[in-house]
Design a protein around this ligand. Structure first.
Ligand SMILES: Nc1ncnc2c1ncn2[C@@H]1O[C@H](COP(=O)(O)OP(=O)(O)OP(=O)(O)O)[C@@H](O)[C@H]1O
Ligand SMILES: [Mg+2]
Length: 222
């Protein structure tokens, strides 16, 4: 279980985000909806230990991750978290297999690679270079790379942002299917995808109601 308590982030430009307390249970899938700029990516980055909160705590299975050193956070992320970035972060000149293969450097066991590529319907592209793949295929590779380490937690930042609705819907169905038994937290702007998730969280509510007159105010809560 991931619990966020009194969590807040202040950036150097003074943008300030406050999150309401929230718990993500193991084995459930969560969809985060919310206006642009309300702090969805920031929340995922704090859970992943890439960004440090300015206040509050993040407990993962009871352990206060905000007290951990950066080295411990990095090692936890490498072992336990699969992060699907919106812009994929794949190496275009390398093949699918090699993009996943570099995880060996992080001592990741890659024995489930073929099974995952198969489940995501891209096994025939295993030896193709990323630059020769379509947007939807790249998205699946990014998902495969996040899943191959068999993470307990999957964070997906707009995993369908680059896809048309039909392909995006298919990708979400596959992502939810392969995430069974794990904690999946996915950001998406498309409420038509809500039916595939166990819980839909409106980040506009989580980060505190923004009055119309406050829209655009620097540092405003969403
Ligand atoms: N590194 C940073 N430095 C300064 N401000 C930042 C930084 N990262 C994010 N912010 C600010 O924090 C707020 C939340 O950003 P975040 O990227 O979390 O929003 P988001 O909900 O993911 O938005 P979107 O839907 O557009 O991706 C924004 O006002 C943004 O400008
Ligand atoms: Mg974002």
């Amino acid at each position: 279980m991931i619990e966020i308590q009194h969590l807040g982030k202040q950036f150097r430009n003074e943008t300030e985000i406050h999150y309401r307390d929230l718990a993500f249970e193991t084995g459930k899938s969560y969809m985060l909806l919310g206006a642009s700029g309300c702090g969805k990516s920031t929340l995922l980055n704090m859970i992943a230990g890439i960004l440090s909160p300015s206040e509050g705590r993040i407990l993962i299975d009871g352990r206060d991750m905000t007290q951990a050193s950066q080295k411990e956070k990095d090692s936890f992320r490498i072992q336990k978290i699969g992060y699907i970035f919106q812009d994929f972060k794949l190496i275009e000149d390398m093949t699918v297999a090699d993009n996943l293969g570099i995880l060996r450097l992080e001592k990741v066991d890659l024995s489930s690679m073929d099974e995952i590529l198969e489940a995501l319907g891209i096994s025939e592209k295993k030896h193709a270079r990323i630059k020769h793949l379509s947007g939807g295929q790249k998205q699946r590779v990014a998902i495969a790379r996040a899943l191959v380490k068999k993470p307990d937690i999957i964070l997906a930042d707009e995993p369908t942002g680059n896809l048309n609705f039909a392909i995006g819907e298919q990708v979400i169905r596959e992502l939810v299917k392969v995430s069974q038994g794990k904690t999946l937290i996915a950001v998406t702007h498309d409420d038509r995808l809500a039916k595939y998730f166990d819980v839909v969280i409106d980040m506009n509510e989580i980060t505190g109601g923004m009055e119309d007159s406050d829209l655009g105010r620097e540092g405003a809560e969403c």
